[in-house]
Ligand binder design. Structure first.
Ligand SMILES: Cc1ncc(COP(=O)(O)O)c(C=O)c1O
Length: 377
């Protein structure tokens, strides 16, 4: 393969091709470029004053990825006992962990509190009661509902309290002996609309004032995740988003505010390249079908929700329009329709770019296909 896609660096591309050429590892596997992850760590959070970065482990919980991020001093945002055990196995201190899943399992709460985690989110009275029971006195930030328009992976349908309800929840948390420290929101994952952050910050400011009027002084604004990565189209870069967010925050909030950021996709997505193999071709119902050994069930789940990847094959044959599908017998296993690609041969490699986030973490062994390995290069 000598075609360098224009949005990954020559350095990464060479590393990938080198690995494929020299390794005995059978595909499919996910290669993660360490240097790209390190570059993201160096950028994210740097343009927002008083910001602390907590990587959303769900995006890619591979132990080597976590070890790398840990060595680079990043904090972690977790949601479950499995994610906690992973961090505990590496000795990550509780002071570097927060949990922003607004509805937590009992077992997780028990273990998180025992581990010493002090920061939790909530968006319901029932969660306040659970927190009061399992983590008395803990620091809590309420999840506010904010617009998710323009995000390719909206997260507002499931979580977030509306303004008045959120104000009441802050009071209720205090009444139950918790320590309300702030507000959180999520503008939606893969958010390419910078105005979402502005609107969210404005809403948060309104709520902040309501809390103050009720005698509660907050100190933390957790802006969640949402930074986008380039799959096929250009996206707004993190620095531009952060400069705008920083401006919006410091025009409206007290200067000593603490800002938490929980990037998942942007921290690891660009660093990943899936290496798969073409396992079949067919002509059915007037369509060209291309079968590969990674599909919706064992790594490319987000394609079902509309994430469109960039695919690369080494072939220079005629470009055809393909229905790209995974290896399982299930007809739900369609990765994408109308994919334009030069015709590869069965047995050729097919690479999937920007696939480091929400791929392996979603993968299952459905139909007996094993979960692809993650390998750091
Ligand atoms: C609470 C919370 N924080 C952070 C993230 C990470 O978001 P992203 O991958 O868009 O950066 C998510 C994603 O689901 C989330 O639910």
């Amino acid at each position: 393969m000598d075609i360098t896609p224009d949005f990954i660096s020559k350095k990464t591309w060479d590393k990938v091709l080198n690995y494929i050429a020299l390794s005995d590892e059978p595909p499919p596997y996910l290669l993660m470029d360490r240097e790209v992850v390190a570059e993201k760590v160096a950028i994210i959070g740097k343009n927002i004053r008083n910001a602390k970065v907590f990587y959303a482990v769900k995006a890619n919980p591979d132990i080597e990825v976590i070890k790398l991020l840990n060595s680079l001093g990043v904090g972690f945002e977790i949601a479950s006992e499995g994610e906690l055990q992973l961090l505990a196995s590496l000795g990550v201190g509780a002071e570097r962990i927060i949990t922003s899943n607004p509805t937590k399992t009992f077992r997780f709460l028990e273990q998180a509190a025992a581990y010493g985690i002090r920061y939790y989110s909530y968006d319901s009275a029932a969660e306040v009661e659970k927190l009061a029971r399992y983590a008395p006195g803990c620091n809590v930030y309420v999840r506010l509902s904010v617009p998710n328009e323009g995000s390719e992976w909206p997260l507002s349908k499931k979580f977030g309290a509306e303004m008045d309800e959120a104000a009441n929840l802050i009071l209720y948390a205090k009444e139950k002996g918790l320590t309300p420290v702030g507000i959180t929101f999520h503008v939606g994952s893969q958010c390419n609309n910078v105005y979402n952050w502005n609107t969210a910050v404005e809403k948060a400011r309104e709520l902040w004032e309501m809390a103050e009027q009720n005698g509660i002084k907050l100190r933390v604004l957790n802006i969640g995740g949402g930074y986008p990565i380039r799959y096929t189209k250009n996206v707004v870069d993190v620095t531009t988003i952060e400069k705008k967010v920083d401006k919006a925050i410091y025009q409206k909030f007290p200067q000593d505010i603490e800002v938490f950021i929980e990037p998942g996709r942007a921290m690891v997505g660009d660093a990943g390249i899936f290496v798969s193999t073409v396992i079949g071709k067919a002509s059915r119902g007037g369509e060209n079908w291309l079968h590969i050994d990674v599909g919706v069930f064992n790594g490319l789940m987000e394609s079902v929700g509309g994430i469109k990847y960039t695919y690369v094959v080494g072939s220079r044959s005629e470009v055809k329009t393909w229905t790209l599908v995974g290896p399982s017998c299930d007809s739900f296993d369609v990765i994408e329709r109308d994919v334009e690609l030069p015709e590869p041969e069965v047995g050729n490699r097919l690479l999937i770019l920007s696939s480091g986030a929400y791929t392996i973490s979603y993968a299952s062994e459905f139909n007996g296909f094993s979960i692809p390995k993650t390998i750091l290069i």
